[in-house]
Design a protein. Structure first.
Length: 319
C-alpha cells in the first residue's frame, strides 16, 4: 500500500508503478477453504511512498492494525459463540444412558466451561469495540486510547489462540456428527487457526504488547487503570492482579515470559469486565477457574459448586 503524499506528478508516479515487477512465487489453496487460492508474491525494485515519518513505521501502521486486530478478536468471539451454541443444541436433543446429554453431569461441566469462555470473549470485544469507536471520533481520551492499544494486543493474542481449542471441544460434543461437513463444525475448525495468524501470530502479538509497555508507558498505565476498576469485587481477582504486577516488575527474561504475561493480562481484562458487567454465575466461574487456578487443563474441568444452570441457560439458543 502507498499514498501519494503529493510527491511527484501523477504521470511520473504511474510510470514508476508500471515498471514495478511483481513475481508470483507460489500458488496454492488455503487450509480453510479448498476452493480459495492463496498467493505468495515478491516485489522487485518496487516503487513505494512513505505513509508516515521515517523511523515511525510501527506507530503509523498500528492504527490499521488496531482495526484488524479487533476484527480478529470479534471473529474469535463469534466462532466461540457458534461452537457452544451448536454443542448445547445437540446436547439438548440427544439422549444417552437414559438422559439428555444436557442433563449428564460430565457434559454439563464441558458445556458450561465452553460457555464461560464464550461469554467472556463477547464481553471483552464489546468493551474494546467501544474503545476503538471513542478513539476514532478524534477525542483526546488518552485512557481509552491506552486501553485500545494494549487491550487489543492481549485480547487478539488470547482469544485467537483459544479459539482452536474451543472449537475442537465444541465439535467433540457432537460426536461423529460434528466431524460431518453438513454440521458446519469442520469448516469452523479449519478456519479457527487463521485468526491467530492474521495481524501477527502469537509471538508477534505478545512481543508487541511488551513493546507498547516500553515505548508507550502511558498505555500500560491506562490498561491497569481499567483493571483497577474491578479491584475489591473479588479477592481472587485482586490476588491475580497483584501477581501480574509482580510478574511485570521482574524484568529478567521478559521476552521469554511474554506469552505467560500477556495471557494473564488478557484473562484479568476479561475477568474484571465480567465482575463489573456480567452475571454473577459467569463471573464466579471465570474468576475461580481462569484466575484462581481451580481448573484443569482441558475443558470440562470446572470446580464443583458453580451455578451451571444459569451459565447454560444464558448460552442456549431457543429452537
Amino acid at each position: 500500500m502507498a499514498t501519494m503524499n503529493g510527491r511527484g506528478s501523477r504521470a511520473s508516479r504511474r510510470r514508476e508503478a508500471e515498471t514495478t515487477a511483481m513475481l508470483v512465487e507460489a500458488l496454492g489453496s488455503s487450509g480453510a477453504w479448498g476452493d480459495q487460492g492463496a498467493t505468495e508474491v515478491e516485489y522487485e525494485d518496487a516503487v513505494g511512498w512513505l505513509v508516515g515519518d521515517e523511523g515511525r513505521g510501527v506507530p503509523t501502521i498500528i492504527e490499521m492494525v488496531n482495526m484488524t486486530r479487533l476484527d480478529c478478536a470479534i471473529m474469535a468471539a463469534g466462532g466461540m459463540r457458534v461452537g457452544v451454541a451448536n454443542a448445547i443444541h445437540h446436547a439438548t436433543h440427544r439422549a444417552a444412558f437414559g438422559k439428555r446429554l444436557l442433563e449428564q453431569p460430565a457434559m454439563i461441566n464441558v458445556l458450561a466451561d465452553l460457555a464461560v469462555d464464550s461469554e467472556a470473549a463477547t464481553t471483552v470485544v464489546m468493551r474494546l469495540a467501544g474503545a476503538v469507536d471513542r478513539t476514532a471520533r478524534g477525542g483526546d481520551d488518552r485512557r481509552e486510547a491506552g486501553v485500545r492499544r494494549v487491550g487489543l494486543a492481549v485480547t487478539k493474542y488470547w482469544l485467537c489462540k483459544r479459539l482452536s481449542t474451543h472449537v475442537a471441544e465444541a465439535l467433540e460434543c457432537l460426536g461423529g456428527n460434528g466431524y460431518v461437513e453438513d454440521s458446519g463444525m469442520p469448516r469452523l475448525y479449519r478456519e479457527a487457526p487463521l485468526v491467530s495468524i492474521w495481524e501477527g501470530s502469537g509471538n508477534v502479538a505478545a512481543l508487541d504488547t511488551l513493546r507498547a509497555m516500553a515505548k508507550e508507558p502511558e498505555t500500560i498505565e491506562a490498561f491497569f487503570d481499567e483493571l483497577g476498576l474491578a479491584a475489591g469485587a473479588d479477592p481472587r481477582y485482586d490476588d491475580a492482579l497483584a501477581l501480574l504486577r509482580k510478574e511485570l516488575f521482574d524484568v529478567d527474561d521478559l521476552q521469554y515470559r511474554a506469552r505467560r504475561i500477556v495471557e494473564r493480562m488478557a484473562l484479568l481484562l476479561q475477568g474484571g469486565l465480567l465482575l463489573r458487567h456480567g452475571v454473577p454465575a459467569v463471573a464466579d466461574a471465570f474468576v475461580g477457574s481462569r484466575l484462581a487456578g481451580d481448573w484443569g487443563v482441558a475443558y470440562g474441568t470446572l470446580p464443583s459448586g458453580l451455578d451451571t444452570a444459569t451459565i447454560l441457560d444464558r448460552a442456549r439458543v431457543d429452537d
